[in-house]
Design a binder for this molecule. Sequence first.
Ligand SMILES: *Cc1c(COP(=O)(O)O)cnc(C)c1O
Length: 374
Amino acid sequence: MIPQVPFLDLGATYRELQPELDEVYRRVMTSGWYLLGEELSSFEAEFATYSGSRHCAGVASGLDALVLGLRALGVGRGDEVIVPANTYIATWLAVSAVGAKLVPVEPDPATYNLDPTACAAAITERTRVIIPVHLYGQPADMTPILELAAARSIRVLSDAAQAHGATYRGQPVGAFGDVTAWSFYPGKNLGAFADAGAVTTNDPEVDARVRLLRNYGSVRKYENEAMGVNSRLDELQAAFLRVKLKHLDEWNKRRSRTAERYGEALTDAPIRLPAVHPEASSSWHLFVIRHPGRDELQRRLSAMGVDTMIHYPIPPYRQRAYANLRVEANFPITDALHREVLSLPIGPHLTEGDRERVVEALIHSLNGLPGSTE
Ligand SMILES: *Cc1c(COP(=O)(O)O)cnc(C)c1O
């Protein structure tokens, strides 16, 4: 039996940090305080600094961060929100959750991120928000998007669920636009050991609004100012996140070394490698290649012991959840992406040996694969 190269080894994150995490577990458990306490406020302050924002409010998930971010901006029924046609469905679900109208646009075919030109063409007098998604960890091209938005009083809410540590023009992605939504789902670059998320912003009113909404619309106990929800990041997860935040840059460096190695070993391979925009530095959440024979390539890699994944097999507009969506559903760039993308293992606990086995298996699998002649 050949040992498997796992796509992502989450248990390894615990094993590497076990003494620190066990210590934190004891500290929180013995404190007798489990929600909205000092661990959360410390994490919020630390993550605000890390992400280049003035404020950070912890919430229960990345989806909630998007929903509460939109609600804090006052988005609702009758408003239009521009979203990428190619994203994880959470971006779309948040817009639907607040009752606004989704306006999907095709991506830049080189970076797979929001295309400012397509974005400009989709703007109407009802457009309230643009949501760039820093897909696969690569920052969207923010300058033209922010310029477009500023000229028309449109707000920009970024989905940075895959981009902890990514920078654009040398600054962390949380420094751009009105609101940034983060996920700390276990598999993200900065992940908790359960669901968690955060909203960062430079606007104190948006921050206050998110804090109000995440806690039943209440500032003082049993006094409710707004129809809020229960979406809190608990003390234990906040404390774990504080530990992991200290290791994030090192772990992102490991990802970036793997990306470099894949890049140099595969330059001549008949696949499309990820293209990074000159102003962007990726967090390398995912390393996504493209090939017209993707499904067969994935089967061959799997037979050689290399686990890969597809992000994502079905675009949101083709999901049954959106069967009633009334958009002119014609997104050829998005469709081609979903047919051809394949994510190689790039987690921080991939060994050098694993990395070489991925390269070898990939080159071998491409041999004689239909569609490989470009
Ligand atoms: C993971 C993810 C989300 C949702 O985060 P959850 O914490 O799972 O709710 C939103 N958007 C993108 C792009 C994601 O990758």
